[in-house]
Design a protein around this ligand. Structure first.
Ligand SMILES: [Zn+2]
Length: 344
């Protein structure tokens, strides 16, 4: 290149820089407060350790989740207050007052709304499956079973008269009776200690999913081919432990619990996707953590692994590896599992 050409090249590059600066660069910066904080990728690795070694996730905009121990302690304090204020009351009156202080209308209404939202999300997921995966009749049957499972809670306290200890506990469970009726129940400790919409969503979705889990359907002599393929995938990818003592849907089998977590992960991811667009990275991670933090193993507590997959596996693989969750968090790290099981 000649010196004249070099000079032109330098002048041309300089003019180009000025042009680029005028168009893209050196404008007055916008005031800092008007720029929303950018939400970059959220670290997805070691999710179990990060969720379970921390004691609190108070940046979840929808509220906190107390540990079982903390929540049941709060119930005990409430009971002590009520007893000291009404020393002459009978047990029934004390229970009714405890219910009035825990199951306040705002909490009951919110739980009812989340329960209805979860039902709609589950139905949407079922309807979204192609007809070659779930036939129209199978879809109708699954949706009917979910809808037929009411959320039963006080007041009055007499609703839990057959299990009064539930007023103080953090248990949430699905039940089926000999006549085929089903229901969900939520303990007073859980209602008092859990504000996070995402934990309420995961928990209710998990319990409702039991109304259509592979073992429930088998007990009702209902066979759905897509379920067999899904169960086989759970076993192949190690979500369900293959122990010598395992009897499918019987002793030592984690299939029903893995299915309930799998469905709850689907529904909770949907809730997070719907409402977290304005969240900062920290708010989003705290919301994600709150969704499943009650699955963490509590040191000293007996391991509940006969029917439940290990806590690390439930949190990292069934929940954290969900494709939509990975998309929401912009995960950079590779997924933990070789593949994610779906209806197909
Ligand atoms: Zn369960």
């Amino acid at each position: 290149m000649s010196r004249t050409h070099q000079l032109f090249a330098v002048l041309f590059a300089f003019a180009g820089l000025i042009y680029a600066a005028l168009h893209f660069g050196f404008k007055d910066p916008a005031p800092i407060e008007s720029v929303p904080p950018p939400r970059g990728p959220v670290q997805c690795g070691a999710m179990y350790e990060r969720i379970c070694s921390d004691t609190g996730f108070d940046l979840d905009p929808t509220g906190v989740v107390l540990s079982d121990r903390e929540a049941e302690l709060e119930v005990k304090e409430l009971i002590a207050d009520i007893v000291s204020e009404h020393e002459d009351w009978e047990q029934e009156q004390l229970d009714e007052e405890l219910v009035a202080r825990i199951f306040i209308p705002a909490r009951v209404e919110r739980l009812d709304q989340i329960y209805l939202w979860v039902i709609r999300a589950m139905e949407k997921f079922i309807e979204a499956q192609s007809d070659s995966v779930l036939t129209l009749a199978e879809k109708r049957l699954l949706k009917r079973r979910i809808r037929k499972t009411p959320l039963e809670m006080p007041p009055p306290a007499s609703r839990y008269a057959d299990a009064p200890q539930l007023l103080t506990k953090t248990d949430v469970f699905y039940e089926r009776f000999a006549d085929g009726r089903t229901r969900l129940r939520v303990g007073g400790g859980y209602v008092l200690g859990t504000q996070s919409r995402y934990n309420l969503t995961f928990t209710i979705a998990h319990e409702l999913a039991h109304s259509i889990d592979p073992c429930e359907l088998r007990a009702r002599r209902i066979a759905i081919p897509a379920y067999d393929r899904l169960s086989a995938c759970f076993v192949q990818t190690g979500l369900v432990a293959t122990r010598k003592t395992r009897l499918e849907c019987g002793h030592d089998d984690q299939l029903a619990e893995a299915f309930a977590d799998w469905f709850a992960a689907q529904v909770t991811t949907e809730a997070l996707m719907q409402s977290s667009s304005g969240y900062s990275n920290d708010q989003l991670f705290h919301s994600v953590a709150n969704s499943v933090r009650d699955l963490c193993e509590v040191s000293g507590a007996q391991l509940d692994d006969e029917f439940h997959p290990a806590a690390k596996l439930r949190i990292e693989r069934i929940f954290g590896d969900h494709p939509q969750m990975r998309k929401l968090l912009h995960c950079q790290e590779p997924p933990v599992a070789p593949r994610y099981c779906g209806f197909n």
